[in-house]
Design a protein around this ligand. Structure first.
Ligand code: F6R
Length: 608
């Protein structure tokens, strides 16, 4: 979604801001802009489309002198995709420039008041209201104008503001949208995303809701919304720049697919010591776990499908009922069943997904305990949770998640075994076996990648298709759903996943001569059942590709085979998903799609 970056320092700001915008392109956007405050003269350039257009129009930023400025990538919510709606926005007298992430919910009323006072608006955005209010509330004191303006706003807002009367000064404001401050050497930065800071500094301050910051070259001052000074803690980011660059790969997505064994190793190995799973000091103890009679896993999109894989593992090993709930639905659940005996597990790569964040806040208010499985350290979901297990996947840049998903699944597997042991549901022999199977996952993933080195040659089976169906049972159904999502979101081919036994209850009528069906068959317990579903769709003309181990029953029935190593069903999803990700990638590539930035999608979905 929208991204912001601000810089004040001693170097020319424009190239640094443009570079920062390039690093947050992956979040998804439709227009972009940059504003430089050069000794009281504001220079503003905006464009529809890619950040590259800003480079082109400013000679890589060289045409924009000045050492202080702000930049923005917009994912439109209010108003069409156009240059005039792109950020930053300027106040009527040209003194204030502002970039905003989020939604000002009371903007209609505020706008009506300003219009009544004769303010002329240049855009259709909710954001422009804020910049016009800054001008209206300004009597010569920048900080005071920010305080007065913020007090009038309702909704979610990360704001970055500069004022022509204060060259070299930026104000940042945070309310329900991420803002991170970067402390450099004689320079300071602000951003919505840590990835655009790490090339300049690893020392950061994660702002809290209800805080505003004054950023100059001399330093950073933090205040509450009433303007009272606040202390801050400087943290060190351990992500390196290389991990947020393509490193010779054509796309981030394929790089991240291949990075998965290593990412999963990073998620697993710090948590297994001397054959025992340990989630660290601040984790749920056996005593904590005993008080729960149900678990709800909540998330959106792929993170939800990771949660589904977790459900199967937790239920099988721990015997606790686990419900998986889409966060956007859980928020409006009126069952009244969530209480202090409920453990809610929130799964999120970005840690900023608004639906997931709101769902856990609501569940906490009902007395539930919240544990989150999150990649981005100190993200909003992590901070709103009682317990956090980080996935340590490193920066994930491609919009379509791959290593984010597999590390979430890995942590859920670990949690399942940890909980089963804590509750005495497995004996020590079984525990040792399960831990060693988890330890072996990264190697199995490597084998799977090697086995599928030639999968690109299967793209002609799918790249002209209008519809592709995915079928699978139990754990394979969870993977089928993730495989279908991967294919549709990046290749724009309609893909649907069905529980294999369910197709004959309606969907089988969609099967025609040549319809491609991918049958996921890693679950050896259900091999014969899935094989009979393959026979059913083949009899109606489907061309079936099975994904399973060599020698399985489905291999005999399918038209084509994609092989994976044999796995115990309880931990199979994490390996089985790999060829589905690879296939989606190569099909999208064959169709010439914008793989890392699929249309209409954003990496971090911070609106409802
Ligand atoms: C699909 C994808 C999305 C995300 C979803 C949740 O490839 O990436 O479906 O999984 O938007 O995002 P996070 O995990 O950041 O909460």
């Amino acid at each position: 979604m929208c991204g912001i970056i601000g810089y004040t320092g001693f170097e020319q700001a424009a190239p640094i801001i443009l570079d920062g915008l390039t690093k947050i392109e992956y979040r998804g956007y439709d227009s972009a802009g940059i504003a430089i405050n050069a000794n009281g003269k504001i220079n503003l350039v905006k464009t529809v489309g890619r950040v590259q257009a800003l480079y082109d129009r400013t000679h890589d930023g060289k045409d924009m002198p000045g050492v202080c400025g702000i930049g923005h990538t917009r994912w439109g919510t209010h108003g069409a995709i156009s240059e005039r709606n792109a950020h930053p926005h300027m106040s009527q007298n040209g003194k204030f420039i502002l970039a905003h992430n989020g939604i000002v919910e009371n903007y209609t009323r505020l706008k009506a008041d300003l219009l009544a006072k004769g303010v002329v608006f240049k855009s259709d955005t909710d954001t422009e209201v804020v910049v016009q209010l800054l001008e209206a509330n300004y009597t010569g004191d920048f900080k005071e104008a920010v305080i007065k303006t913020v007090a009038m706003l309702e909704g979610t807002f990360a704001l970055m503001i500069t004022c022509a009367d204060y060259p070299g000064t930026l104000y940042a404001v945070k309310q329900n949208a991420p803002v991170i401050l970067g402390l450099g050497e004689k320079e300071n930065l602000v951003a919505s995303d840590v990835t655009c800071l790490i090339s300049r500094t690893k020392n950061v301050i994660y702002m809290e809701d209800g805080e505003m910051a004054e950023i100059t070259t001399e330093g950073i001052k933090l205040f509450d919304f009433a303007g009272n000074p606040k202390e801050y803690e400087v943290k060190t980011v351990d992500w390196d720049i290389a991990s947020s660059e393509k490193g010779g790969y054509e796309h981030f997505m394929i790089k991240e697919i291949f990075e998965q064994p290593q990412a999963v190793r990073s998620a697993i190995s710090p948590r297994i010591k001397d054959g025992k799973i340990n989630f660290g000091e601040k984790s749920l103890t056996a005593e904590d776990l005993k008080k729960f009679n149900r678990i709800i896993i909540t998330a959106c999109g792929s993170a939800y499908y990771a949660g589904l894989a977790g459900k199967f593992a937790i239920e099988k090993l721990c015997g606790i009922p686990v419900q998986t709930e889409l966060a956007s639905e859980l928020r409006y659940n009126e069952s009244g069943c969530i209480d202090e005996h409920t453990l809610v597990i929130a799964v999120s790569q970005s840690g900023e997904t608004l639906d997931t964040l709101s769902a856990i806040k609501d569940c906490k208010a009902c007395g539930a305990t919240v544990m989150s499985i999150v990649n981005v350290v100190e993200s909003s979901i992590a901070r709103a949770s009682d317990f956090v297990a980080y996935t340590y996947a490193g920066p994930e840049i491609a919009v379509a998640t791959t290593k984010g998903y597999s590390t979430q699944v890995a942590v859920l597997y670990l949690f399942a075994v940890y909980t089963a042991a804590a509750l005495g549901r497995i004996n020590s022999g079984e525990y040792t076996k399960l831990v060693s199977e988890i330890n072996a996952i990264p190697e199995k993933m490597e084998t799977c990648i090697e086995m599928n080195g030639g999968i690109e040659c299967m793209t002609p089976l799918f790249d002209k298709a209008e519809h592709v169906f995915f079928i699978g049972r139990n754990t394979d159904w969870a993977v089928a759903m993730e495989g279908a999502l991967k294919l549709k979101e990046i290749s724009y081919i309609h893909a649907e996943a069905y529980a294999a036994g369910e197709m004959k209850h309606g969907t089988i009528s969609l099967i025609e001569e040549g319809t491609p069906v991918i049958a996921v068959c890693s679950n050896m317990r259900l091999q014969d059942k899935t094989a009979s579903n393959i026979i059913e769709v083949k009899a109606r003309g489907a061309e079936v590709t099975m994904v399973g181990p060599k020698g399985c029953e489905s291999e005999k029935q399918a038209n084509h085979c994609i092989y994976i190593p044999e796995m115990r069903d309880v931990f199979a999803e994490i390996v089985t998903v790999i060829p589905l990700q690879m296939l989606a990638y190569y099909v999208a590539k064959a169709r010439g799609c914008d793989i890392d930035k699929p249309r209409n999608l954003a990496k971090s979905v911070t609106v409802e």
